[in-house]
Write a new protein. Structure first.
Length: 78
């Protein structure tokens, strides 16, 4: 078990999403993180949208949708 803080996140409003491979997707305050679940903390990716948000992401099929203050983003393969 571990406890760690994600850089750039001051408050937590959004809920994370977990896929079938144990990857945890979390986005808040305009930043998104991908974390591998397991006994030790493993950050796989960090991205900065440059558009703050507090809403939880939504998933439909193989796409994730994020609502920012200025835009709506979808993440997935074309």
């Amino acid at each position: 078990m571990y406890v760690t803080r994600l850089d750039g996140i001051s408050t937590t409003w959004a809920s994370p999403v977990v896929d079938g491979n144990g990857r945890i997707y979390y986005a808040n305050a305009g930043k998104s993180f991908v974390i591998q679940s397991g006994r030790q903390f493993k950050l796989l990716a960090t991205n900065d949208l440059g558009d703050g948000n507090h809403a939880s992401s939504a998933v439909a099929g193989d796409r994730m949708f994020l609502v920012g203050m200025k835009n709506v983003y979808w993440i997935g393969r074309k």
